[in-house]
Design a protein around this ligand. Sequence first.
Ligand SMILES: [Zn+2]
Ligand SMILES: [Zn+2]
Length: 156
Amino acid sequence: MAGTLNQEAKKRFLDFLETKQLRMTGQRMAIIDTVFSTNEHFTADQLIEWSRERDHSVSRATVYRTLPLLTESGLVREMDFGKEYKFYDPNYADHPHHNHIICKDCEKIVEFESARIAELENEIVHKLGFSVSSQQLQITGSCDALKRLGACKHKH
Ligand SMILES: [Zn+2]
Ligand SMILES: [Zn+2]
């Protein structure tokens, strides 16, 4: 989860917290720094683990209280792939129009953008008399390792 800190998104989130008059704590800052320094999709459990690498005192409760604020801010998107846990995507601030493909076994997530898909979705929506407020496509499949070797490295 190495990567450069997304300062712009982080600043926008801190501004958002300020409008809610929420107290900034060391724990919460460790979580925020973690979220805005990765472009990987993560689960709540992964966020707890990564945040604890920055600050051992990060509690599960604080992560679970911070996640809804992150999604409410619009900077992180919650994604449901039909599992018993959700995934969180920190890339919407920079790329609001991307889609996902996920491996059904190792849960590797790959992003893609397609002007043709967006066009097709717009065409369908228009035909049905709607207007688009958000659109995303999720594909579940077998990653390259699963396809070739019948197994992939498990993430969890
Ligand atoms: Zn994504
Ligand atoms: Zn896989």
